[in-house]
Design a protein around this ligand. Structure first.
Ligand SMILES: [Zn+2]
Length: 253
């Protein structure tokens, strides 16, 4: 069996049988890959915290051609990101990032997507509890941009008429961005968004996550993003981690 050595981030992990663990990895070289870590639960010494959620390091996989589950030969951990499990807002935001990466990444390596996911998880792990929504939103929009779905925000997505920065606009998921008043009358399912929301999204798409949000704004942005993802996801499966992220904070408050 060929050995693949690649940087990897653990995006999903669960126990398997009595002694093993199955992990789903975002790898730099080969996109999403699943691996069986035999004996991982019996011998903590072998992997330590390397197989915990959001850990990143160098994975060695024995690749079984035409099989979906490979064998993990080793995992040298660089960072555990234990901070993500210490605060519920961080954990739910990071879980949403993992969900988007699992859903959007194929089995081809994308260094740009890999680096984006890694950087976003680092930023969330450093976020103050009140900033996790904004930093999570920024990360989700960056991933959307990297996989090629960035919405049009500076002009009409239909007729390309430029929009003024100070203008409230209609966001149409079907059109893939903001639309001018004329096209808004023809577009279905559009949602009015204030100029400030458009400005925030523009900054997030460019990698700037230093936008401070009031609670109600955060909620509106999460709803807009969820609707956008529903319209652009490659399949119809519900976004479970996103739903937890969206509702956890408000029900806990
Ligand atoms: Zn238009």
């Amino acid at each position: 069996m060929p050995l693949l050595v690649t940087e990897a981030i653990v995006l999903h992990a669960f126990d398997y049988l009595e002694s093993s663990r199955i992990i789903r990895l975002l790898t730099r070289e080969a996109g999403i890959q699943s691996a069986l870590a035999r004996g991982a639960r019996k011998s903590r010494a072998r992997y330590g915290s390397a197989l915990d959620l959001f850990a990143e390091g160098s994975a060695q996989l024995y690749v079984k051609p035409s099989r979906e589950l490979h064998n993990l030969a080793g995992f040298e951990i660089d960072r555990s990101r234990a901070e993500l499990a210490e605060e519920v807002g961080r954990f739910t935001a990071a879980s949403t990032i993992a969900e988007l990466a699992l859903r959007f990444a194929g089995e081809e390596g994308s260094p740009q997507l890999y680096d984006t996911v890694s950087d976003v998880l680092d930023r969330i792990s450093r976020a103050a509890p009140e900033d996790t929504i904004g930093i999570g939103l920024a990360g989700c929009w960056r991933i959307v941009a990297v996989v090629g779905f960035a919405p049009e925000l500076s002009s009409c997505a239909v007729c390309h008429t430029p929009l003024r920065d100070t203008e409230d606009a209609t966001f149409s998921h079907a059109a893939g961005g903001t639309v001018c008043p004329t096209c808004a009358r023809l577009a279905r399912g559009g949602r009015k968004i204030p100029a400030s929301a458009r400005a925030a999204m523009t900054r997030w798409l460019s990698g700037d996550d230093s936008v401070s949000l009031a609670e109600a704004e955060g909620r509106s942005h999460q709803r807009l993003l969820r609707e956008f993802l529903d319209a652009h996801m490659p399949d119809d499966r519900p976004l479970r981690a996103f739903a937890v992220w969206e509702h956890e904070r408000w029900s806990a408050a």
